[in-house]
Design a protein around this ligand. Structure first.
Ligand code: PHB
Length: 363
């Protein structure tokens, strides 16, 4: 049974990330929820890295045999909700006052309010998929968990615009003014991001200023970013976070409840999907043959990929952003970017991390 504190419309409309790894696409297909994804998703063979007007294509498909697919997170959420309801699963929206109890026992409980009355649910297990600000992680006693955290001194200002993307694949741009990213949602909708200071106020960024800065940071000779009406804008902080372990008794954390990565590597949604892949297999084994082995391994196994993604996301972030370290740091970043264009080994390392290392039972 799934309980959710937001209304369905909110979840289906909220603009979040949009890049699916090969593993995520494979899993959605396996679960028979990949039909619209296969029709509407934009399959990409690589990404562009741009600096000082020079553009390098990282040939992900050629180097790894794997692809990435652009398909908005809210589209994935729509498909999952529809499939769940269609298959007769229980799914309750707009619940409130949720708390978890007795997770160290064999009979953990969830209490919550819905439709004006109080409810209590007796469970075999609780999956805490309630995000970074959720109630599940804090319900693990603080002496039994370790939290690793770093907040970058900058954020991303993101816009969604009614404009045909002027690029066939994503452009990650290094610039003296700071990082910029050109991504998309369809052949008519662009999504773009600018690095901004951590405490930046959105009011300081008029539409004109946003477009002008995107043109500067993404510049390439004889080419321009396509401009159009801005449908949405917002600023996201850049944080990195891991909670260990991801299990306490019969409570299992998954996704942002247990870990956050900076968005530069496009790993957040994909890591959450991977947690759930491992957790679902562990539950299935427990119900099928009483084996607790998968459940006992869950935290260690999930954390292996979490730390791989932590390393990669922080590598991408530090490669491309103005970290405040001055001219010497900039020159190191340019040397690293140059290395990616000189060495197929270096490009392959980036490509295999970006596409996601293949799914395994133990990774
Ligand atoms: C997005 O499409 O919103 C997106 C893509 C790649 C990223 C981050 C965000 O690294």
């Amino acid at each position: 049974m799934i309980i959710e504190d937001r209304p369905r419309e909110y979840l289906e409309r909220r603009v979040r990330a949009g890049l699916l790894e090969q593993n995520t696409v494979d899993l959605l297909r396996q679960l028979d929820v990949g039909e619209r994804l296969d029709r509407e998703g934009l399959v990409h063979d690589g990404i562009y890295l741009r600096r000082e007007g020079r553009t390098q294509h990282i040939e992900i498909a050629k180097l790894t045999g794997r692809h990435v697919t652009i398909y908005g997170q809210q589209e994935v959420v729509k498909d999952l909700i529809a499939a769940r309801l269609q298959r007769g699963g229980e799914l309750h929206f707009e619940v409130s006052d949720v708390s978890v109890h007795d997770v160290e026992s064999e009979r953990p409980r969830i209490s919550y309010s819905a439709g004006g009355s109080e409810h209590e649910l007796e469970c075999d297990f609780i999956a805490g998929c309630d995000g970074f600000h959720g109630i599940c992680r804090p319900s693990i006693p603080s002496n039994l968990r370790t939290e690793y955290e770093y907040t970058y001194p900058f954020g991303w200002l993101g816009i969604l615009a009614e404009a045909a993307p002027a690029t066939d694949e994503l452009i990650y741009a290094w610039h003296e003014h700071g990082f910029a990213l050109y991504t998309m949602r369809s052949s008519k909708i662009s999504r773009l991001y600018l690095q901004v200071p951590v405490d930046e106020e959105l009011e300081r960024w008029s539409d004109e200023r946003i477009w002008a800065e995107l043109q500067v940071r993404l510049a390439s000779e004889g080419w321009r970013v396509n401009e159009g009406p801005i449908l949405e804008k917002g600023i996201t902080p850049m944080r990195t976070f891991v909670c260990e372990p991801m299990r306490h008794g019969r409570l299992f954390l998954a996704g942002d409840a247990a870990h956050i990565v900076p968005p530069t590597g496009a790993k957040g949604l994909n890591l959450a999907v991977n947690d759930v892949r491992l957790l679902a297999a562990a539950f299935a084994a427990w119900y099928r043959n009483g084996s607790a082995a998968g459940l006992d391994r869950y935290s260690d196994t999930a954390l292996r990929r979490v730390w791989r993604a932590q390393d990669f996301s922080n590598y991408m972030t530090q490669l491309l952003h103005d970290l405040g370290g001055g001219a010497y740091e900039s020159r190191l970043q340019l040397a690293r970017l140059e290395y990616l264009s000189l060495s197929e080994a270096a490009a392959t390392s980036l490509a295999e991390n970006y596409a996601g290392l293949p799914a395994r039972d133990d990774f």
